[in-house]
Design a protein around this ligand. Structure first.
Ligand SMILES: O=C(O)CSc1cccnc1C(=O)O
Ligand SMILES: [Mn+2]
Length: 624
């Protein structure tokens, strides 16, 4: 780095990149406050340049944090500490004066599952205990980033202070990061404050560790009142790339509540039908339920085209004409690697093998990567090393080659079907919203909400099959309302009120649907082929958007009229009867389970309208 000027110091700490004078007074005050707390040896103001990125990649290679993947162009493999491999919900907290602002009051004796609250005082103590002097001997990176295209009026800016070079290079992929953001901040624009440290394990100074972290004291804190995020102890994913879940969803949802828009855990795709008519759809599925695959679908129906705007987060607001418009606030994809293959997602496979950071995947002796699902893509004779760095042999090793939560972190612009409007400052117009999840029984392939209120009930009642956290409990059907359960920034009851309040903003509301690719027959096999065949469901949805009479009413909502789903080419392969069967007992139990969930988890915070919608559903079911 160029020798810095004598005066480019902050209280005796050398600024090794950038110029303190380039920081707005607000940013400089935030930096100084946290330099005092964390006591870094150096400060690096990030500019987002190629040169800076290469410097950090070299630094991480020296530390052993990443290794090059010479089979691809500018790709890297990071292996984390095995104790630091995923988001940690139990250590993620939101702080407000009153607990009820953050989480609903649950029924007596019931453990809340809609977020964790911490008092402002306990948050301050937690920070002081962990951050005091935590960056001694380290460099504090100042990461100016934008969630959304810098020029978009829907974008929001953040500053992340971090001691992790891995976070800096990842944020450069996942957000718009660098000088253009600092320039925008110069006029005093406010920013979301993000403080992060990988921490120092209580066992002492392990600076030379390739993946420093402090799992025992990991904590992820949010203070929505002053747009503040503080994360300690983890270097990974949603815990450390604070622009994603912490900012774009948890803090983002509180800003959206205040400003009258929606920050959602949704993919955004553009779908063009054979006549050339294009619509955009947003879809909320729980984590690891196939949002990336749907957002990058290769449609099986001839004449259909799918283009990708985003695979995980949507910021949506009604414009002056009452049209709901969405941006993808992210700049990259941080996708689950296992299960991604040329058969499940050929577009992803065309996106990720350049300028990408892979984390906790397996590596191959020919300088590439491997994960479960890539069996057909790896040459014979290639040796595999698992995510822990141990030799791995297919059919012999009894642990996975790649960690189940291993990820690729790849620039969105590399996606061959990235939508031409993916960075449109005003966002893309949303015509339909889909809710969905893994439902092995009872739930049909697709059904349409009767109206907005009913659609909000469908979102609130979302459930999905998950692998039980506890050992040997197999699969359980978990509630995951709006696929936002781990990401609500405030009381779910208030969130529902906020969704209901959108109805008065528009006479052109998007239609709401529920989809389920995962129903199984009595033989335990999937009833629906999924993947590109899901284009048949999108086709039906688009025809409904054109008000085609291809639906019939049922107690749960509108489902395709007989013969209205295009099954050409699937003759004899799909049992439509079973796929759309609505067992009355199943749905009575489903309605009761939703009612129980609302009673136990939302209580008095449940909006009356949602309670009424649930009662209407039950009544329709009784008389169906
Ligand atoms: O475990 C992590 O920190 C990654 S979680 C994640 C990453 C990208 C997109 N979605 C998610 C999620 O959990 O929904
Ligand atoms: Mn997600």
């Amino acid at each position: 780095h160029p020798n810095v000027g004598l005066f480019n110091h902050l209280k005796g700490i050398s600024v090794i990149n950038g110029d303190l004078k380039s920081l707005s007074p607000k940013v400089r005050a935030y930096v100084e406050e946290n330099v005092d707390l964390c006591k870094p040896e150096k400060i690096h103001i990030c500019d987002g340049t190629e040169q800076e990125n290469n410097h950090l990649l070299n630094l991480m290679q020296q530390h052993g944090t990443i290794v090059p993947l010479p089979k691809y162009q500018n790709c890297w493999l990071a292996r984390t500490n095995p104790a630091d491999t995923a988001r940690v919900e139990s250590k993620t907290f939101i702080s407000t004066e009153k607990r009820a602002e953050t989480i609903p009051t649950t029924k007596e004796g019931i453990k809340g599952t809609l977020g964790n609250w911490i008092s402002p005082r306990d948050m301050d103590v937690a920070i002081k205990d962990r951050f005091t002097g935590c960056m001694k001997g380290r460099t504090m990176y100042i990461v100016p980033f934008s969630m959304g295209p810098v020029s978009s009026p829907l974008a929001k800016i953040g500053i992340q202070l971090t001691d992790s070079a891995y976070v800096v290079v990842s944020m450069r992929v996942m957000t718009r990061m660098g000088q253009a953001v600092l320039n925008k901040l110069a006029d005093g624009t406010d920013f979301v404050k993000c403080l992060h440290s990988v921490g120092i394990p209580a066992s002492g100074f392990v600076e030379m560790a390739s993946w420093p972290c402090d799992p025992e004291r990991t904590i992820i804190l949010h203070r929505p009142q002053n747009n503040e995020i503080v994360s300690y102890g983890s270097g990974y994913g949603g815990n450390s790339l604070l622009g994603k879940k912490c900012f774009a969803l948890r803090i983002g949802s509180t800003i959206a509540k205040r400003e009258g828009w929606l920050a959602e855990h949704m993919l955004i795709l553009g779908v063009t039908n054979p006549t050339g008519k294009k619509r955009y759809i947003a879809a909320a599925f729980p984590s690891a339920c196939g949002k990336t695959n749907l957002a990058m679908m290769t449609p099986s129906l001839p004449g259909y085209k799918i283009e990708c705007v985003g695979d995980d987060i949507a910021w949506m607001r009604f414009d002056n004409n009452g049209q709901l418009r969405a941006i993808n606030p992210e700049n990259g994809f941080f996708g689950v690697a296992p299960g991604t293959s040329n058969s499940s997602n050929p577009i992803a496979m065309k996106t990720i093998f350049k300028n990408t950071i892979f984390t906790n995947v397996a590596s191959t002796s020919d300088g590439g990567v491997f994960w479960e699902g890539m069996e057909d893509e790896v040459d014979d004779g290639v040796k595999i090393t698992d995510w822990r760095g141990k030799p791995w042999v297919k059919g012999e090793s009894n642990t996975p080659a790649a960690h189940p939560n291993s990820r690729f972190c790849t620039p969105a612009k590399q996606c061959p079907i990235i939508d031409p409007q993916w960075e449109a400052p005003e966002g893309v117009p949303i015509s339909a919203i889909l809710f969905g999840g893994r439902r092995p029984t009872g739930v049909p392939l697709v059904y349409e909400a009767r109206d907005w209120k009913h659609g909000v009930l469908i979102g609130a009642g979302m459930r999905s099959e998950a692998t039980a956290a506890a050992e040997h409990k197999g699969k359980v059907i978990m509630h995951d309302p709006f696929a936002m359960r781990p990401f609500f920034g405030y009381n779910f009851g208030d969130y529902l009120e906020h969704w209901l309040s959108m109805e008065k903003k528009s006479t052109n509301l998007p239609k709401i649907f529920h989809v389920n690719w995962f129903r199984k027959g009595s033989d335990g096999k999937f009833l629906w082929p999924g993947f590109g065949e899901n284009s048949r469901v999108l086709d039906w949805i688009l025809r409904r958007l054109d008000n085609e009479e291809c639906a019939r009413d049922t107690a749960i909502g509108l489902i395709p009229k007989a013969e209205s789903l295009n099954l050409e080419g699937l003759e004899g392969k799909v049992n439509v009867e079973e796929l759309f069967n609505l067992p009355k007992t199943f749905w009575m139990e489903e309605a009761y389970a939703i009612e129980k969930y609302f009673n136990e988890q939302v209580g008095m915070d449940l909006p009356l309208i949602i309670d009424q919608e649930l009662k209407k559903l039950k009544k329709r079911l009784i008389f169906s």
